[in-house]
Design a protein around this ligand. Sequence first.
Ligand code: GTP
Ligand code: MG
Length: 466
Amino acid sequence: MVSNSAIRLDDEATKAAEVFAIGIGECGSNIVGSYLKTSRDKKLPSRVRGYLLMNTDRADLTKVRSKYGIPKEHTLLYGASEIGVGGRFMEGYNAIPESKDIIFDQLSNLGFEGVSGFSIFTSLGGGTGCGGTPALIEALKQRFQEEEGRRIFVYVIGVLPFEGQSSEALNSIWAVSKLLRAQLQERGADLTILLSNRTMLKRILQSRKTDSVDYLQRELDVDIANIDSIETMVPSTLDESSAIQERTEQAFVELVNPLAVDVIEAMLSPGVYEANKDVFPTTDLADYSRKLDPVVVPALYTDIGLIPDAGSMRNQLKAMIDYAVKETSYADVGEEPNAESVYYVLSGSRHISKAEYGMHLKEALDKFIAPGAAITPCYVQYHEENPPTNLLLLLGLPKIPELVQIINEATQLVNLHSGASPLKQSWFQRSKGTTRKELVNAIADFRELFSYYMTPGSGDNLEQGV
Ligand SMILES: Nc1nc2c(ncn2[C@@H]2O[C@H](COP(=O)(O)OP(=O)(O)OP(=O)(O)O)[C@@H](O)[C@H]2O)c(=O)[nH]1
Ligand SMILES: [Mg+2]
């Protein structure tokens, strides 16, 4: 009996899930892979209708299959080289239209026809995923919206680079400005959700100090005296291209991926039917994009110790919001994010996750949002004994101070490779597959789009000439 109903439930949940997940490039594939594996291990019902991991690098795909137990038919090797595009995002971009037929064939075999939403997971610092994502969205929107007249929503979960990866900072700027520009023509992502490696690493190092130090010490075989020495080690080691750099990056990635998986689960779960919970107002995934501005930074505060009988709930909820914004966001939004929209999902027991608290939450959020910003609530009540209390905050268009850092890193790099000599100029073609001009434009675009992040004097000037 148990197994029968379990199967039925599983089936229902899968049907209720409206999202198709695509992991593109190494980071994107790893994140989807570890998400699927974690869900399996924790026996969570399926939150996705189908999934595909795609890469231009054969070895990386093979690795991902064995590491996360992914069946071959859920992976796709495409593009000309089989060894990836090595950060040249323009090649990553062009590889999509060149392989459009095989990509769509495989998506079709995996049942993507009926879904209304896609979530694309990628790093914003590499080539395959960073370049391929905007092209893939164009292809999907063309197929569904322009050819079939059917509206779909596309989310991008994009991972910003670690500190000191200046070459990747440049790719990130290109990708984010490309995604936002495309959106103006209805051919871009409906929502771009930013997770930052540098912030996730910082969070992990702070919250699991000793564990992390032990882990890194073991993995890297170096003596780490304390947490501060890791932080200074990060930029310098990631800047050299050496074996230690690769090992460091790998170790960091292993530390931050579980954090990325947590937030994905928190975002997907309210939109999926489950017998043991009530969600109100009823929420489907498309709601996020209807209610939020196009660039979103999530924050996730889990296992919150709220106790309704112990003193003022108003104060407890205020402390909860303060902590969530300042200490748990996935890209650092500082003390005054000034978000233009907010979506929150409060989940827990029915004594805690209830609409009556909406008023206090609104009041607590006030100092973190712009005047007039929309707040959309969602409450998830679990029917079990003492479920954990969790808060997911999605901040629409917040200020993100670390973008200034990313712009500075990218600008320095462009300046470094600028000059009259053709040898200097060829660096752009060689390492990015594009011209210096395209990158200068992307930086200018980015500065304009995010001008209010920039305070006077911040950011090196870009040498416009040449
Ligand atoms: N959080 C996280 N970051 C990752 C992971 N794998 C790679 N990265 C980061 O992603 C960036 C590199 O992008 P990749 O995803 O490796 O690049 P790609 O899309 O495979 O493109 P090419 O290798 O250039 O063909 C760097 O900033 C890495 O630190 C991962 O599993 N998790
Ligand atoms: Mg790769």
